[in-house]
Design a protein around this ligand. Structure first.
Ligand code: TRP
Length: 325
């Protein structure tokens, strides 16, 4: 924090220590797999969180622009549906940027940002507390793919989970189903879910979005190897791996991989892993949903879709759902 440390008495921070040991386990396990893979949550060390923020500014990655416009256009309508004095919970809150477009209209009783990256969460919640001095912020550092829990002393009020940015797309279908089910349990009957979900669309548009010309998405993907080198004593040569993203139409998902450019051996935590030329490490999926597909998924988890918004080009979907009584 810099010298002009703000007065952030409206912010409390709760560290649930999202098991760093699991990084080592996930990498050693994932690289030993026949199809090498590492779960995407490990992208988000501090550098990864910063690179991710930079991805959100790339012109090819349409999601943030389109989504923010939806919040600007529909904030009053969203606020009417949700009602005042709610408890707004955001898993994977990152820079807390999008929620700012809703706060003045929503006037929640409390905001609960959750993120796996502790330093980043501290900074963004402190900054948010400065911009919105009236807002009660209860930040929770946790891995939301493992646990969704609220800090103590969160006030009463309708609980609403807010998931912008199509984070749901990073889960496989069964995982997405579980995740929505857990959200329904957390918010309870009458509780809400405001969620942005990217739509299926033209392959070229999708592939351009995940292959920005400035190479930021590539750096973000490759930063996983930097993190392995730094934290797990790895010796990945970054020049020998390349970012690869493609749309798998049959699966309805963007896939991100790191491709080995040569046949090579790499050491991680004292173990050796061999790569064939062209062999890939699968690092992320981003599933795309037709509105009917998402609404069916949410319904199976106990949600009714109350309202659904989309942009004029049908790129992105925003949904407000509530748990059925
Ligand atoms: N969940 C969003 C998506 O899949 C944002 C995102 C996560 C992303 N990882 C990314 C975007 C990597 C670009 C590249 O679209």
């Amino acid at each position: 924090m810099n010298a002009t440390c703000p007065n952030t008495t409206n912010v409390s921070f709760h560290d649930y220590q999202p098991e760093l040991e699991s990084f080592r386990h996930a990498v050693l396990h994932g690289l030993a797999h026949e199809h090498k893979q590492i779960p995407p949550k490990f992208f988000y060390d501090e550098r990864g969180s910063q690179l991710f923020e930079a991805i959100l500014e790339q012109p090819e990655y349409y999601v943030p622009h389109v989504e923010k416009q939806l919040y600007r256009d529909y904030a009053p309508e969203i606020a009417t549906l949700i009602g005042a004095e709610s408890v707004l919970i955001e898993p994977g809150s990152g820079s807390c940027e999008k929620v700012q477009l809703l706060l003045d209209a929503l006037r929640p009783a409390a905001y609960v940002p959750m993120d796996i990256s502790g330093d980043f969460l501290r900074q963004s919640s402190a900054a948010l507390g400065e911009t919105f001095p009236w807002l009660h912020i209860h930040a929770a550092c946790l891995d939301f793919t493992r646990e969704l829990k609220l800090p103590q002393h969160v006030p009463q009020g309708r609980r609403v989970v807010f998931i912008p940015g199509s984070s749901l797309g990073n889960f496989d279908l069964p995982e997405a189903q579980h995740f929505l089910f857990h959200i329904a349990q957390l918010v309870g009957k009458g509780g809400g879910l405001l969620i942005g979900v990217d739509r299926k669309k033209d392959k070229a548009v999708l592939e351009t979005a995940y292959n920005d010309a400035a190479g930021v998405t590539a750096d973000f993907n490759l930063n996983l190897l930097v993190r392995i080198n730094n934290e797990l004593g790895g010796n990945f040569d970054l020049a020998q791996f390349a970012h690869y993203a493609c749309y798998n139409e049959a699966m309805g998902r963007i896939e991100m991989h790191l491709t080995s450019l040569t046949a090579q051996r790499v050491q991680v935590a004292g173990k050796t892993f061999s790569f064939r030329e062209g062999e890939r490490i699968h690092t992320e999926n981003s599933y795309k949903y037709h509105p009917a597909e998402f609404i069916a998924l949410a319904s199976a988890a106990g949600f009714t879709c109350e309202q659904h918004w989309t942009d004029p080009a049908n790129l992105f979907g925003l949904y407000y759902c509530t748990v059925r009584a």
